[in-house]
Design a protein around this ligand. Structure first.
Ligand code: ADP
Length: 476
C-alpha cells in the first residue's frame, strides 16, 4: 500500500517513502508513506487558500452532507478501520474499533453542528441601529496530530474545521500514515470541493514549520509533545496566529479511604495501563490515603500482573505493544529512573512474544514521593506510580502539585470530598469514580497549566477555535 499525500484534490507520489511498521510484529509492513517536502506543503497551503473562499460560502446543507457522508462511511467500516488502526498503532482490536467508531460519531456530531448555527440579533444602545453577532470561518487551518489516536484526533480537528467552513491542511504523525490515508480517502469521495481538505505526509520538523510560518494559514491546532507545542506557540505568538495546543499530562487519580475498592482498582487499572498507557489522559499518579493504601496496592498489583500483553490483533490480548523502539526505550528508562530514585517497582520488564514487537509488562511503582522525576515527567507508557498521603487535604495538594492539568480523578463515596475535588482540582477535566482517561465526544476536551493552550476542542465549544466572531452594526 502506498500512502500518498492528497494535495488540491490529487494524490501525489514522492520519490522518498517510509515504511509503516506494525509494532506487534516488525516483520509486518503495512505500506509506505510519502515523505513530502516543504515545496509540497506550500502547494497544499496554496490549494487550501484558494478553496477556502468557496467553502466559506457553502450552505449548511452542503456542509452537513459532506460530514454526514464521512461519518456514515467511517461507522460502516469501523471494524476494518479499527483493525488497520490496531495494526499500525498497537492498541488492542476492541480499542481500535472503539476509536474508529468514535471518529465516525465525531463527524456525526459536527454534521449536526452545521445546522445548529448560533448568533445574536440585538438592538443597539443607539436609536435605530441593529446589531448582529455572527461567526465566520477562520480561513485555512493547519492541523498537526500525534500517533496515539491516529483516527480520533484527526477527526476531532477536521470535523469542526469543515463544519464551520474552513479549509484544512492536515500533517499527521509519521508513525501512523495508514489511518490518515484512509480518512483522506473517505473525505476525497465526500463531495467536498477540491483543495478544501489536504493531507501532507512528511517529517514534522520539515513540513511543520512551513505550515506554521505560512501567512496563508490562519490558525494552527496541534496535539503532541510539550517541547514541540511550546515551539509552535512561540512561533504563532510572533506571527499573531490563532493557536490551540493539547500536550502532556501527569494525571492524578486520588483514592480515598472511603472509596469502593473494586471501583478504585478498576478505574486505576484502566486509566493507567489500557491503550498501553499511551494516552495524555492516562492515570499515571495514584495518590492514595494511608488507610486504604496497602489493600489498594495489593489488589492493583494482582490485577496488573494478570494482564495479558501481546499482539494487538489477538483476541486474548488486553495490553498491546508500545508504539515503537524509541518509546519503549523511554518507558524502560523511566522504570530504571524510578528504581534509582528509591522506589519499589513491580513489572516494567521487556517481554518476548512469538512475534518481534515492542512488548513491555505494565509497571507499578510504589513508595514514591511527588517530587521524584517519575511523578513529575510524563512517561507515556504502561507505568503508574503510587504516592501515599495522610488524608484528603494532602491528596488534593499532591494532585495539584504538577506542571500539567489535563485530567484529574478521585475515587470516593463521600459527596463532600467529590464535590470539593470537582471544584478545586486544577485540571480541565475531573472524573469521579471513573478513570482519568475515556471521554465523551460531545463535550469539551482540554486542560489547564502546561497541558493545553488556547480554547477547548470538541463539542459545541470547538466553535471558539474554528470561527471568528463578527459584530455588524446596521442603520437600515
Ligand atoms: P510525539 O512525541 O507525540 O511524537 P511530537 O510533538 O514530536 O510528539 O509530534 C506531534 C506532531 O507534531 C507530529 O505530527 C509531528 O510530526 C509534528 N511535529 C514534530 N516536530 C514539529 C515541528 N517542529 N513543527 C511542527 N510539527 C512538528
Amino acid at each position: 500500500m502506498e500512502y500518498k499525500s492528497f494535495i488540491g484534490g490529487a494524490w501525489e507520489e514522492t520519490s522518498a517513502s517510509t515504511p509503516n511498521i506494525n509494532p506487534s510484529d516488525t516483520s509486518d509492513i503495512l505500506g509506505h508513506a510519502a515523505v513530502s517536502e516543504a515545496a509540497d506543503m506550500d502547494r497544499a497551503i496554496d490549494a487550501a487558500h484558494t478553496a477556502a473562499v468557496q467553502w466559506a460560502a457553502s450552505t449548511p446543507q452542503q456542509r452537513f452532507d459532506v460530514l454526514d457522508f464521512i461519518a456514515n462511511e467511517i461507522l460502516a467500516r469501523k471494524a476494518e478501520l479499527g483493525e488497520l488502526l490496531s495494526r499500525e498503532e498497537g492498541k488492542t482490536l476492541p480499542e481500535g474499533i472503539g476509536e474508529a467508531a468514535r471518529a465516525g460519531q465525531i463527524f456525526k456530531f459536527f454534521a449536526g453542528e452545521t445546522l445548529r448555527q448560533t448568533g445574536d440579533h440585538l438592538a443597539s444602545v443607539r436609536p435605530g441601529i441593529d446589531v448582529d453577532v455572527t461567526r465566520s470561518p477562520v480561513g485555512v487551518v493547519g492541523l498537526i496530530t500525534p500517533w496515539n489516536f491516529p483516527i480520533a484526533i484527526p477527526a476531532w480537528k477536521i470535523a469542526p474545521a469543515l463544519a464551520f467552513g474552513n479549509a484544512v491542511v492536515l500533517k499527521p504523525a509519521e508513525l501512523v500514515p495508514g489511518c490518515a490515508h484512509a480518512l483522506a480517502d473517505i473525505i476525497s469521495r465526500s463531495g467536498l470541493p477540491e483543495g478544501v481538505f489536504n493531507l501532507v505526509f512528511g517529517r514534522g520538523s520539515k513540513v511543520g514549520p512551513q505550515l506554521i510560518g505560512s501567512n496563508k494559514v490562519n490558525a494552527i491546532s496541534f496535539t503532541g509533545s510539550v517541547p514541540t507545542g511550546r515551539g509552535i506557540a512561540a512561533e504563532c505568538g510572533q506571527l499573531l496566529k490563532k493557536v490551540q495546543l493539547e500536550m502532556g499530562g501527569k494525571n492524578p487519580m486520588v483514592v480515598l479511604d472511603d472509596a469502593d475498592l473494586d471501583i478504585a482498582v478498576d478505574a486505576s487499572l484502566n486509566g493507567a495501563f489500557f491503550s498501553t498507557g499511551q494516552r495524555c489522559t492516562a492515570s499515571s499518579r495514584l495518590v492514595v490515603t494511608e488507610g486504604i493504601h496497602d489493600k489498594f496496592v495489593a489488589a492493583l498489583e494482582e490485577k496488573m500482573t494478570a494482564l495479558n500483553v501481546g499482539h494487538a490483533l489477538r483476541s486474548d490480548t488486553q495490553i498491546g505493544p508500545v508504539v515503537d523502539a524509541n518509546q519503549l526505550q523511554q518507558d524502560l528508562d523511566y522504570v530504571d529512573i524510578a528504581a534509582k530514585e528509591g522506589s519499589k517497582v513491580v513489572g516494567g520488564q521487556r517481554l518476548n512474544r512469538d512475534t518481534e514487537g515492542f512488548f513491555m509488562a505494565p509497571a507499578l511503582v510504589t513508595e514514591t514521593t511527588n517530587g521524584m522525576r517519575i511523578n513529575q515527567e510524563e512517561v507515556f507508557g504502561p507505568v503508574a506510580s503510587v504516592i501515599r498521603v495522610k488524608d484528603y487535604d494532602e491528596a488534593l495538594a499532591v494532585a495539584n502539585d504538577t506542571e500539567f492539568g489535563l485530567s484529574s480523578g478521585i475515587c470516593t463515596t463521600s459527596l463532600k470530598h467529590a464535590s470539593h475535588f470537582k471544584a478545586h482540582a486544577e485540571a480541565g477535566m475531573v472524573m469521579v469514580n471513573l478513570p482519568t482517561a475515556g471521554v465523551d465526544y460531545h463535550v469539551p476536551f482540554g486542560g489547564t497549566k502546561g497541558s493545553s493552550f488556547g480554547s477547548r476542542e470538541q463539542g459545541a465549544y470547538a466553535a471558539e477555535f474554528y470561527t471568528t466572531v463578527k459584530t455588524a452594526y446596521t442603520l437600515p
